[in-house]
Design a protein around this ligand. Structure first.
Ligand code: ATP
Ligand code: MG
Length: 812
């Protein structure tokens, strides 16, 4: 037998090789950052295919982001083992679940029929390029003109379902809350949305939510959840959480379907396993239940999605659920220099709740982790900009570096703005990953709502969004008439409108304009299926003919030109897709809008999004108490929140290969207000021998000590001066630790002071249920969060909306 091209094994260490060659049965690879877990996982895929144990399309590989999946696919496709068919089932939990759910959508519904024989149960093994046990089957084309109204019996999901985003979800919940005569100011839809997400993350359908939760949302949470699920069915829609929940439900209720997939996916691989939630874990356990060929890799120290329901406990459960699992531990880190590793290990050692592990590296010592304090956030951005330029030119004494090799990782996305501003000013190219999202902008969402109605005519939420955008004279009353007609006759809003236009119930401008709109949708839906019009042309036509583009052309506000640019950008984005539906699906799923352009750019992204990635040089700005760790985690009783923040710090430092720079600012402007800050407590935890403290060049003549005469002018009082001076003492860890602690207490015990504006991350720091204190209204409980405003139920003053900056967390 000719030697197989197993070159991918050559540069693995023995432990990695073991993980790769142990093909059968459950394998758990548990190891620290940069030890080559992902590399070994990829080699495993290569090995499975090279040994012809499976065809690539019989491998199920779950990655953390769609971007990671793309990168993996590209890398694998470059290697000679690649046979004709690619790894089709590689992606995030969500992207894989969409594919599964589209095939079996009909199995989700309210019918009591127990039949588990699905029309497409034939196992397809004909060609080498199949997508799974099921043929694609006849995907129903949206029949726009004669859309059949959903009936109340036998209601079920159809395969052209829409995926709702958070906004749609909240709008829908709000309608339900109002319909139930609940005061949605006191009981905001956003809070309910969060609750339902949590339940779905735990794989609880309405009937499974435990009685302990019965009091949720004023005792009405579970009932609203049930109504919401029903409404989604009526709309032929699912939310993000449903993608998983529905597939798990199908697997649980239809053993034959499950068995087919168990047989189809001969090997299952999961990266970043530490961040799976219960629903995802169940999904994996069901799929791996037959052959148990499942390999999970993860690092408990990098679990950073606890707030989203991820459970590190899944790691421990794995060995129980899959007895006899081979556990592989890797200890050699290949990514980072000893100083970087030393600093990261020093920080993470502060966590009590960890499995604990050793990490070592044989790389050259390299530079120490650099630590620098700045006067304020703008100064920090300026300094980092200069550093980046110097590194790019090679004037820092090293070889010139590509901008692609540098990243700025922030704790909160509002930190990005100062970097964006600065880099725009100096013309430094950058890309923001997972930041202010393109697809969340108003004009983009409007345009996509049009596309959604074209592809799914009964997408009522989308229709509602654009029925009067641009203005068509459809007032509240007309809309209500349409809604009532739809409800009473079981029609979609669009069909109801069609009916009302022809019956003469609508009058005047609304009638003629809506008649035009309906005729438009008919034409566009035809064009979508005529096989002659490309979806790109179609998109342009829709935006033109609907009057949407014109609306912005006529708009005289300063934002209008930018919005038109964005619309162009949107049409450009369509080029990468085969059709509108594929595109809409992609948008619903992607959370990173980074495109792979050739031009070199510095990356700006959140720490959360940086998981699994690596960069030669990493900047970690904003290490200040209240920002990182977040105020919320510091105020929490118990260490859970703080430990998660510490893991985030560990993730941040371990992204760096050669150079890691941590910085903090003594003053930061948040929502137009100056706030003073103390260096992060995590800075104290960096072992001294791995850190070099840099002196800021300083506008103010070297460091903070030299208090600026300008201080008062910026509205910063004596307290600020004192803090600036304190910050100067950061070389004395003990003193500072003491100060930091006392500062925390001050913050959580409100007192008379104007400077109690501490929240650098107002929007996300508070959560529903938090206790707070307000200077004027006293103590209260957070009921909901809307941007920088909080809905508070005050103990004495009743329910009020207040600006987050003006409240502080309270202990009681
Ligand atoms: P993280 O926990 O951050 O996701 P990881 O354990 O997945 O890290 P990888 O990203 O797979 O680590 O590997 C880190 C770096 O080390 C990569 O650049 C990889 O190519 C390199 N590497 C991994 N194993 C080896 C090895 N045996 N020899 C040389 N380089 C290696
Ligand atoms: Mg990895």
């Amino acid at each position: 037998m000719a030697a197989l091209p197993t070159f991918y094994l050559d540069d693995l260490n023995p432990a990695q090789r073991e993980a790769v060659e142990q093909l059968d049965g459950p394998v758990l690879m548990l190891a620290g950052a940069g030890t080559g877990k992902t590399k070994a996982l990829m080699a495993r895929i290569a090995h499975l295919v090279t040994l012809r144990r499976v065809r690539p399309d019989e491998i199920l590989a779950v990655t953390f982001t769609n971007k990671a999946a793309r990168q993996m696919k590209e890398r694998l496709e470059k290697t000679p083992f690649n046979v004709k068919n690619p790894i089709k089932w590689m992606g995030t939990f969500h992207s894989i679940c969409v594919k599964l759910l589209r095939r079996h959508a009909e199995l989700i519904g309210e019918t009591s029929e127990k039949t588990s024989i699905h029309p497409y149960t034939e196992l397809v093994v004909d060609d080498n390029d199949s997508e799974g046990p099921y043929d694609k089957g006849p995907v129903p084309t949206p029949n726009f003109v004669q859309s059949t109204p959903p009936t109340s019996s036998g209601l079920h999901l159809r395969s052209n379902f829409t995926i709702l985003d958070t906004d749609d979800q909240v709008r829908l919940l709000k309608q339900l809350i109002q319909a139930a005569n609940i005061d949605d100011k006191r009981w905001p839809a956003r809070v309910l949305a969060g609750m339902i997400d949590n339940w779905k993350n735990r794989a609880w359908k309405p009937e499974n939510v435990p009685t302990a939760e019965a009091g949720a949302f004023d005792g009405k949470g579970i009932a609203l959840y049930r109504q919401y699920q029903r409404r989604l069915l009526e709309l032929n829609a699912v939310d993000f959480g449903d993608l998983l929940l529905h597939v798990v439900t199908i697997f649980q209720q239809h053993d034959d379907v499950l068995k087919q997939y168990q047989r189809w996916f001969k090997f299952i691989l999961v990266d970043e396993y530490q961040d799976t939630n219960v629903a995802q874990y169940l999904w994996l356990r069901l799929l791996a239940g037959g052959h148990k060929n499942i390999c999970c890799v993860g690092d408990d120290d990098q679990s950073i999605y606890g707030w989203r329901g991820a459970e590190v406990g899944n790691i421990l459960r794995f060995e129980k659920d899959f007895p006899g699992a081979v556990v592989v531990r890797l200890e050699q880190n290949y990514r980072s220099t000893p100083h970087i590793l030393g600093a990261a290990s020093g920080v993470i050692a502060g966590n009590e709740d960890r499995l604990g592990k050793t990490l070592w590296t044989d790389r050259d010592e390299g530079e120490k982790v650099r630590l620098i304090g700045h006067w304020d956030g703008e100064e920090e951005a300026r300094w980092i900009g200069e550093e980046i330029e110097a590194m790019q030119r090679g004037t820092r004494g090293q070889k010139p570096m590509s901008l692609n090799d540098m990243a700025i990782l922030v704790r909160a996305s509002h930190q990005m703005r100062s970097f964006e501003d600065r880099f725009l000013t100096i013309g430094l190219p950058y890309r923001v990953v997972g930041g202010p999202r393109f697809y969340e902008r108003m004009e983009i969402r409007d345009a996509m709502a049009y596309f959604r109605v074209v592809t799914s005519p009964d997408d009522d939420l989308a229709f509602e969004r654009i029925v009067n955008t641009p203005k068509r004279g459809v007032g509240d009353k007309a809309l209500q008439t349409i809604q009532i007609c739809a409800r009473e006759n079981g029609l979609s809003l669009l069909e109801a409108t069609r009916y009302l236009v022809s019956s003469g119930d609508l009058k005047g401008k609304a009638k003629s304009e809506l008649a035009k709109l309906i005729a438009g949708f008919d034409r566009w839906a035809d064009a979508a299926h005529d096989g002659k019009t490309s979806h790109i042309e179609l998109a342009e036509v829709v935006l033109e003919e609907s009057g949407y583009t014109e609306m912005w052309q006529k708009d005289k506000t300063p934002e209008a030109p930018g919005r038109l640019e964005n619309l162009k950008e949107l049409v450009k984005a369509l080029e990468q897709f085969e059709n509108l539906q594929g595109f809409l699906e992609h948008v619903a799923l992607i959370m990173d809008n980074s495109s792979e352009e050739a031009e070199e750019k510095v990356t700006i992204m959140t720490l959360h999004a940086a998981k699994g990635l690596e960069f030669p040089a990493v900047f970690l700005p904003g290490w200040e108490d209240g920002l990182f760790p977040s105020q919320r985690s510091m105020d929490e009783t118990g260490l859970k929140g703080l430990e998660e923040e510490r893991r985030l710090a560990y993730v941040g430092i371990t992204r760096a290969e050669e150079l890691c720079t941590i910085s903090f600012a003594a003053n930061r402007r948040v929502y137009g207000q100056w706030q003073s800050a103390l260096p992060s407590r995590f800075i104290d935890e960096l072992p001294e021998e791995h850190v070099e403290v840099l002196t800021p060049p300083g506008l103010y003549g070297g460091g903070y000590g030299a208090a600026s005469p300008d201080m008062g002018g910026r509205g910063m009082g004596a307290q600020m001066e004192a803090k600036a001076a304190r910050a100067d003492a950061y070389n004395s860890p003990g003193w500072r630790r003491m100060q930091a602690r006392s500062q925390t207490r001050t913050i959580s015990q409100p007192r008379e002071s104007k400077n109690l504006v501490i929240d650098a991350e107002a929007v996300s720091v508070f959560r529903q249920g938090d206790r707070i204190f307000h200077q004027k209204f006293g103590y209260g409980t957070v009921m909901g969060i809307e941007g920088d405003k909080l809905d508070i139920e005050f103990d004495k003053a009743g329910s009020k909306k207040v600006i987050a900056r003006f409240v502080v967390a309270a202990d009681r």
